[in-house]
Design a binder for this molecule. Structure first.
Ligand SMILES: Nc1ncnc2c1ncn2[C@@H]1O[C@H](COP(=O)(O)OP(=O)(O)OP(=O)(O)O)[C@@H](O)[C@H]1O
Ligand SMILES: [Mg+2]
Length: 133
């Protein structure tokens, strides 16, 4: 692993900072502009969820190499209330705001790997990876 960096999410400005960091890391790793847009959209969705539902948390963004493949790993974590019903949340059409990124199902679609760990009352950690090809 290399290029690890992280942004604390406490205000709406931090969402912008996380996006910018994500774009820079993705560009450095060699992702094209379309993938850079996918990655920054995913980061925005995750950071916005932290801000809205957990109040605060952090987004870590790092370059990774696994089985000879390079990629970008995003870890969005918080110690908020947790997500009560992940299955329902992952059904398309659950998210209400109708934003561009289409919530967590949108993040899953935009990235190659996606995993939610959440415990009621303890917090949430979401890992999303995109491979460079
Ligand atoms: N970090 C989190 N902590 C606690 N609950 C969360 C977190 N992230 C998401 N949730 C819960 O999961 C639901 C679904 O999130 P998702 O991002 O898919 O949709 P949304 O935020 O409701 O709408 P959109 O993202 O489209 O504006 C949220 O409404 C919220 O209840
Ligand atoms: Mg959301």
């Amino acid at each position: 692993m290399s290029n690890q960096s992280s942004v604390d999410i406490k205000s709406e400005w931090d969402i912008v900072a996380a996006r910018q960091l994500g774009r820079n890391v993705a560009k450095e790793l060699g992702f094209g502009t379309v993938d850079q847009a996918r990655i920054t959209t995913a980061i925005s969705e995750l950071a916005r969820n932290i801000y809205l539902y957990a109040g605060e948390g952090k987004v870590e963004i790092m370059g990774i190499v696994e089985n000879g493949l390079s990629g970008i790993l995003i870890i969005a974590s918080d110690e908020g209330p947790g997500i009560p019903d992940i299955r329902r949340v992952m059904e398309d059409g659950f998210s209400t705001s109708g934003g561009l990124g289409a919530g967590l199902p949108g993040v899953k679609r935009l990235m190659d790997e996606f995993k939610i760990d959440t415990v009621h009352g303890e917090g949430t950690a979401i890992k999303a990876t995109k491979w460079l090809r």
